[in-house]
Design a protein around this ligand. Structure first.
Ligand SMILES: O=C(O)[C@@H](COP(=O)(O)O)OP(=O)(O)O
Length: 260
């Protein structure tokens, strides 16, 4: 029986992850720690002797840059990279740019947890008056998508992320996996969570407890039916990974990091 290897990776820490702001479709670069995380992820994959055949990324610089650094560390810079907006982070709508701890103070921690982790709650949509509306919709990268700009999301639940992601998964990624290719998907916390939900059959309730830290490769071994053969493996120092997960969860607490 053939088995397939798939790696999911949330990009290294971005500037706004550090500031505890919803980054979403804003094109922020990696922070100095994020650059290191991406290189560390590459070294971990190299130590495992993994040979990548193809990489898929979102069209956001933090996931593209992470993929480059991983490939460089693996000495596999030649590997083809395909980019799609369908792997972008969840569109956080009107919440984009806002600080999670301040939102928790204003709206309560429970509301922020629902916005961040519930499966089917869509945050309020981004309006044309939003400070980052032009930054997003006037960006040339969204003029070359497989849907007209007007049809791109204005806010998304995790469910909606999965819906926009599936056509790309089925049309572009799955055929490569079925050909036995080892694939890395360098994407985002919520686009990776949506894929994990799909692949592992995680319930709408239980997906709320799945958190991915930045820069930690997730190794999946799939059978011929694309079902996981064993539990997902988060690569790296397990204590540090647990600590990083706890930090991501606490970003939505009132005591989480505030804007200075
Ligand atoms: O949009 C963002 O700020 C984070 C996710 O935020 P949370 O869902 O964890 O609040 O996405 P990423 O850093 O993976 O691109």
């Amino acid at each position: 029986m053939s088995t397939y290897t798939l790696l999911l990776l949330r990009h290294g820490e971005g500037a706004w992850n550090k500031e505890n702001r919803f980054c979403s479709w804003v094109d922020q670069g990696l922070s100095p720690d994020g650059l290191m995380e991406a290189r560390t992820a590459g070294r971990l994959l190299r130590e495992r002797d993994l040979q990548l055949d193809m990489v898929f990324t979102s069209v956001l610089s933090r996931s593209v840059h992470t993929a480059w650094l991983v490939l460089e560390e693996m000495d596999q810079l030649w590997v083809p990279v395909v980019k799609s907006w369908r792997l972008n982070e969840r569109h956080y709508g009107a919440l984009i740019g806002l600080n999670r701890a301040e939102m928790a103070l204003q709206h309560g921690e429970q509301q922020v947890k629902l916005w961040r982790r519930s499966y089917d709650m869509t945050p309020p949509p981004i309006e044309a008056s939003h400070p980052y509306y032009t930054h997003i919709y006037n960006d040339r990268r969204y003029s070359v998508c497989d849907v007209p700009k007007e049809e791109l999301p204005r806010a998304e639940s995790l469910k909606e992320v999965l819906q926009r992601l599936l056509p790309f998964w089925e049309g572009s990624v799955l055929p490569e996996i079925r050909r036995g290719r080892t694939i890395l998907i360098s994407a985002h916390g919520n686009s990776c969570r949506a894929l994990l939900k799909h692949l592992e059959g995680i319930s709408d309730e239980d997906i709320a407890d799945v958190t991915l830290p930045t820069g930690v490769p997730v190794l999946l071994q799939l059978d011929e039916e694309l079902k996981p053969l064993k539990p997902r493996e988060l690569l790296g120092d397990q204590e540090k990974i647990q600590e990083a997960i706890r930090k991501v969860e606490e970003q939505g607490r009132v005591t989480g990091q505030r804007s200075s």
